[in-house]
Write a protein that binds this ligand. Structure first.
Ligand SMILES: Nc1nc2c(c(=O)[nH]1)N[C@H]1C(S)=C(S)[C@@H](COP(=O)(O)OP(=O)(O)OC[C@H]3O[C@@H](n4cnc5c(=O)[nH]c(N)nc54)[C@H](O)[C@@H]3O)O[C@H]1N2
Ligand SMILES: Nc1nc2c(c(=O)[nH]1)N[C@H]1C(S)=C(S)[C@@H](COP(=O)(O)OP(=O)(O)OC[C@H]3O[C@@H](n4cnc5c(=O)[nH]c(N)nc54)[C@H](O)[C@@H]3O)O[C@H]1N2
Ligand SMILES: [Mo]
Length: 764
């Protein structure tokens, strides 16, 4: 008889159907109005041939081949757990003694899994903090540039993290919604921490039914679902800043800027206005000027500006816009446009980032905390912007400019990852690998043989969530979920917490790490902390036993509409923003004072080195967008059937316009070689009118599968092609979307994809 076990993942709550100790199916959470399809990949992924069955060590590492040694070989030998634990503990102690705590890179960026106690990255950081400290990573890949910028100009990150002005407010008040990057449905399949209710589609349908007009400004028509009836404005990638400046210019030309709001709520308008009019550089940022850069007709630009000025307008941009060279600029420009329209803080107006970037943005919710593992101090301290990891590995001792600070890069000897996949998330993977191999010792805790595990020295097999008890929780979701253990640990896999507790024992701090609690005691403790915090904020949650037995807790949505910056709008003197001026900073003295090349005191247009208007486009004429996959969460679930069904002869699809395909003599279904100076990968061709000419798009997440001889990625990971540069010294964010490539038909015998099976162990 199958048993149903309540469980959860970033991509949805479900009941696991368990038979004879195996997960054989999933049933979506009954309270989810629109469950996503990604849960269908769970059973196959949990039992995939790419699970790591036991601890392994690279034979060369044991022989003393360390700094500079080639990684990614098939030279792994199995070792017993107690030996692996002892080796890692001793090695970390040796590195700390010889090179100091900051020689350990333990930032370990990544989404891990939904359960908040067994959250791998939190567990590792807690362990390394108690052990003396480590080099950590700050900001994120998602919106690193944006989250550095917004505190300077709006005094908060609520505008991108939420709660943002909610869908009920938009349905009631908005007439026009300008969506840069669209409102993609695929991104809202997931919520970090667990998606209990996928409410995005029902809300979006309600907003559309209320008569809001949508404009999808994006290289990809599919970024807006058909039911929105959106107008498509197919812009060139990485040129949104120019478009927005021209919308502003049009408002000024027509005398339609909200002078009252700009005077009472903003600072720096005069300087931005002078720039728009071209007073210093002689170039008015007019619609005609922007048309040449963006390939959006000047008439369209003018019409959109006038339409926005006439009626309540909500502005939004996806997070992807700032994952580009000078990615701070389009976001800053959009804030300036919202200010010039006077809508910031009015119901259904203003600006917010990411309505279509994650499930839960705009969904009505109460401001309550989520369950989380308490952090420990990191006494060692260096903190590197997360997307600068290769520079960190390449240039010990060098100084990195970041947001007005100068960070001296430490000399990393040991890399330790749990719950993330740098060979998924980072750009220019061939360059990352060269930096990565400079470490003496690389430890990776993983359930699967991802590229990160394959490029480690010591590989520790972790359980999946289904093999342990936990609690799923996200401040973006109304539900809290009890995650019951469904099956025993597969192979010799162990929980991250347990392996780290054993290492802490070797190092003399087990009790400080575990606080003498086992899993059950931790879950009760974390739940009770959450329950008390909620109680102080006016929400009474049930007791732990009741929660665990019921499988979930529901937090009812608030009754009132939420409008971001409403108080500031009403009275900017009594409710100033947390910026130096207390106002929206259209000119920031702080940012200007940093004196960074390519960063001015106000939003401006800086041509990126890689975009369709750049000289490099003569050699690499296609702009490659690498977007979030509809078939996976990043690299997670790539071994599942949903991802497999979308691949073309096992390769990740690449979308291309028919004109670009015809110019190259390519046909739908062809296997392609996609390349530039940084690398090459295979892909399967998907010809579609949905993408504008000159642009090609590939989802991230196909596991990196480099040919050992040629380096060609056989599977289709766009990060062998992307550029590894910071957005600017201000944000130092990920700039993956600024990337030019060329595409040709692949000739020769198609090599098999090898990465979805375990590597063959070396002869002992
Ligand atoms: N080109 C390009 N690159 C990008 C982006 C892009 O738009 N374009 N987007 C970027 C963004 S926004 C992000 S957030 C990153 C995402 O990058 P990551 O968060 O690093 O990607 P994931 O595949 O989610 O990696 C999580 C890893 O944790 C492992 N894991 C899960 N549960 C556990 C556990 O319990 N224990 C342990 N030890 N491991 C576990 C999973 O198997 C998986 O390998 O990618 C970035 N990279
Ligand atoms: N199913 C699924 N959902 C996810 C994730 C996942 O892996 N799978 N990852 C989650 C994570 S970690 C994050 S950070 C969010 C990311 O959320 P986003 O950053 O919003 O997601 P992307 O898919 O990278 O980009 C959205 C769209 O922006 C468009 N775009 C790209 N560049 C430009 C440009 O220069 N100008 C304009 N106008 N449009 C552009 C692309 O067509 C793309 O489809 O998604 C989350 N949601
Ligand atoms: Mo992200």
């Amino acid at each position: 008889m199958p048993v149903l076990t309540p469980h959860a993942a970033h991509w949805g709550y479900f009941d696991a159907v368990v038979e004879d100790g195996r997960v054989v199916g999933v049933r979506p959470f009954a309270r989810d109005p629109q469950p996503g399809h990604l849960i269908d990949s769970v059973p196959a992924a949990v039992h995939a041939p790419s699970r790591i069955d036991r601890p392994y060590i690279r034979a060369g590492w044991l022989r003393g081949e360390r700094r500079g040694a080639v990684r990614g070989d098939r030279d792994f030998i199995p070792v017993p757990w107690d030996e692996a634990i002892r080796l890692v503990a001793e090695e970390s102690a040796r590195i700390r003694a010889a090179h100091g705590h900051s020689a350990i890179l333990g930032g370990s960026y990544g989404w891990s899994s939904a359960g908040r106690f067994h959250h791998a990255r939190s567990q590792l950081q807690r362990f390394l903090g108690l052990g003396g400290g480590f080099t950590t990573q700050v900001t994120n890949y998602s919106y690193g540039a944006g989250m550095t910028l917004m505190p300077h100009i709006l005094g908060t990150n609520e505008v991108l993290q939420g709660p943002v002005t909610d869908w009920p407010s938009i349905a009631r008040h908005t007439k026009l919604m300008l969506c840069l990057g669209g409102l993609p449905l695929k991104n809202t399949l997931v919520t970090a921490g667990g998606a209990g209710a996928h409410e995005y589609v029902p809300w979006l349908r309600q907003v559309a039914a209320a008569g809001v007009r949508f404009v999808n400004i994006s290289p990809f028509r599919g970024d807006a679902p058909d039911f929105l009836g959106a107008e498509w404005v197919p812009i060139r990638p990485n040129t949104d800043a120019a478009l927005i400046l021209a919308l502003l210019h049009t408002l000024v030309e027509a005398g339609l800027e909200d002078r009252g709001f700009l005077a009472t709520h903003c600072t720096g308008w005069e300087r931005l206005r002078a720039y728009l009019l071209g007073e210093a550089d002689g170039t008015p940022k007019s619609a005609a000027w922007a048309a040449a850069i963006t390939e959006v007709p000047a008439e369209t630009i003018r019409a959109l500006a006038l339409e926005a000025a006439r009626q309540p307008t909500m502005l939004t941009a996806t997070w992807s816009l700032q994952r580009a060279e000078h990615g701070e600029q389009p976001w800053w420009a959009l804030v300036a446009l919202a200010a010039a329209l006077g809508g910031i803080g009015r119901p259904g107006e203003g600006v917010a980032f990411g309505y279509g970037s994650l499930n839960g943005m705009g969904t009505p919710r109460r401001r309550l905390p989520s369950v989380s593992l308490p952090a420990t101090r990191n006494p060692a301290g260096p903190a590197i912007p997360v997307a600068r990891v290769t520079e960190l590995l390449e240039r010990p001792g060098a100084v990195l400019d970041y947001n007005g600070r100068q960070i001296t890069l430490p000399d990393i000897r040991m890399i330790w990852w749990a719950g993330g996949n740098p060979f998924h998330h980072h750009q220019d993977l061939n360059r990352l690998l060269r930096g990565w191999c400079r470490a003496e010792t690389i430890v990776v805790q993983e359930p699967w043989w991802t590229a990160a595990a394959r490029h480690a020295d010591i590989v520790l097999p972790a359980t999946t969530t289904l093999e342990r008890n936990d609690i799923a929780s996200s401040s973006n979701d109304r539900f809290l979920r009890a995650m019951h253990r469904a099956i025993p640990p597969q192979g010799q896999a162990r929980n991250d917490h347990d392996m780290l507790a054993d290492m802490a024992e070797h190092l003399g701090f087990r009790d400080r790490f575990t606080e003498q609690r086992d899993e059950a005691a931790w879950l009760r403790h974390l739940y009770e902390r959450w329950r008390s915090a909620c109680e102080r904020m006016g929400f009474a949650a049930p007791g732990y036993e009741e929660f665990w037995a019921a499988g979930h807790v529901e937090v009812p949505p608030p009754e009132e509409e939420h409008v971001l910056f409403a108080e500031f709008h009403r009275d900017p003197v009594a409710h100033p923003l947390a910026t130096p001026s207390g106002k929206v900073e259209l000119y920031s003295e702080t940012i200007a004072g940093f004196g960074y090349a390519g960063v001015a005191g106000h939003p401006h247009w800086v041509p990126p080195a890689e975009y369709l208007g750049a000289p490099l486009a003569a050699r690499y004429p296609l702009h490659l967008l690498s977007y979030q996959p509809v078939t996976r969460l990043h690299g997670q679930l790539d071994p599942g059937p949903v991802a497999a069904a979308s691949k073309i002869q096992g390769r990740e699809p690449l979308r291309m316009h028919p004109a670009d395909a015809a110019a190259r003599g390519l046909a739908d279904g062809d296997i392609l070689r996609v390349f530039n100076d940084r690398g090459a990968c295979l892909a399967g061709l998907c010809v579609t009118e949905e993408i504008r000419p000159g642009v090609v798009a590939m989802a991230t997440g196909a596991w990196w599968d480099p040919d050992p001889e040629t380096g060609l990625d056989r599977h289709g990971n766009p990060n062998v092609l992307t550029q590894d540069i910071g957005t600017s010294p201000l944000g130092q964010g990920c700039a993956a979307q600024s990337c030019l490539v060329q595409v040709e038909r692949f000739v020769g015998e198609l090599p098999p994809v090898s990465v979805l099976h375990a590597p063959r162990p070396a002869a002992a």
